[in-house]
Design a protein around this ligand. Structure first.
Ligand code: FES
Length: 317
């Protein structure tokens, strides 16, 4: 994949309204017929006027590099990015779009893939289903929505996927409702699980898959899990390269203090979901508060915009 630091001025080639208050945006480059490649599960940063940067999953076919497709659900209670896109974006507009980055990749070693998409969380699953279908891999996509009328991109999925690869679950149709705990009760050997959706769906999927082997469960969240009981404490960072120590007050992020000390770290969402500000840690006890790192990555990586530590942590910087 291209460097995620690459930012391209891209044109809005088309806009399409989908069920569930979702707008599908097609970006093309004004001069380059081929865009940087991406894998299923990748996202891009969309830079909006006023400095807002938001992350959206690519849902197009990874084999088609002529365009990037994203699906944006209007979230009135969100941080303003989707509302701005819905209210202002027109065909022909130019926006800065980053090269793709992937924290939610398919695992080739899996013998079968179980994909769960809740609402707008279907977007990365569409790219995954397209890639798996093209590779002839075993997979089933379960799509959860309030109703058929609220299920975005459903017509595309029903056209593209064989009936035995797509299972629909609508809250208003009792015949289709399924209990995730039942669905995930048994982990078949070699099966990997992938899920994405709004916070309630994420909590449901997480609670229903705690008995699965940790390295076979993969997810992408729109925001880190809220912990109402978490009380931030001050801690100390030591930089491995120089030994310099930085005190991080309880109300300040590690990223802020690192930048104040002149350490160059990229950032994008500053909300623990994009992974831009990731760095390594050498020793210490991190308090991971992100929605990016896998259990394995948490043993050696640190997301500086939201994560904290107990006492002292030595960062690989
Ligand atoms: S800036 Fe996005 S995870 Fe830190």
């Amino acid at each position: 994949m291209a460097s995620p630091r690459l930012i391209m001025k891209m044109k809005v080639a088309s806009l399409r309204s989908e069920a569930g208050d979702v707008s599908v945006v097609e970006f093309r480059h004004p001069r380059r017929p081929q865009l940087p490649p991406f894998e299923a599960g990748s996202h891009v940063d969309i830079h909006m006027p006023g400095g807002k940067v938001r992350q959206y999953s690519l849902m197009g076919d990874p084999a088609d590099l002529s365009r990037y497709l994203i699906g944006v659900k209007r979230e009135e209670a969100g941080r303003g990015g989707s509302a701005w896109l819905h209210a202002n974006l027109k065909v022909g507009d130019e926006l800065a779009v980053s090269a793709p980055r992937n924290h939610f990749r398919l695992h080739n070693e899996a013998q079968a893939h179980l994909l769960l998409g809740g609402g707008i969380g279907i977007t990365p699953m569409i790219a995954m289903a397209r890639a798996l279908k093209a590779q002839g891999k075993a997979f089933v996509l379960h799509f959860f929505a309030r109703s058929r009328m609220m299920a975005p991109m459903l017509a595309d999925l029903e056209t593209e996927l064989p009936a035995d690869h797509l299972v629909l679950h609508f809250d208003d149709d009792p015949a289709t409702v399924v209990d995730l705990a039942e669905l995930l009760k048994e982990q078949k050997d070699g099966t990997h699980l992938y899920y994405c959706g709004p916070p309630g769906f994420m909590a449901w999927a997480r609670a229903s898959s705690t008995h699965w082997k940790p390295d076979t469960v993969h997810f992408e969240a729109f925001q880190p899990e809220e912990d109402p009981n978490f009380v931030p404490q001050a801690f100390t960072i030591q930089l491995r390269s120089t030994g310099q120590e930085l005190n991080v007050p309880a109300d300040t992020s590690a990223l802020t203090m690192l930048r104040a000390a002149g350490v160059l770290l990229f950032s994008s969402c500053e909300n623990g979901v994009c992974g831009s500000c990731e760095c390594g840690f050498v020793t210490g006890e991190p308090i991971h508060r992100d929605a990016v790192l896998s259990p394995e990555a948490k043993t050696r990586r640190f997301i500086s915009c939201v994560s904290r530590a107990k006492g002292r942590i030595v960062l690989d910087l």
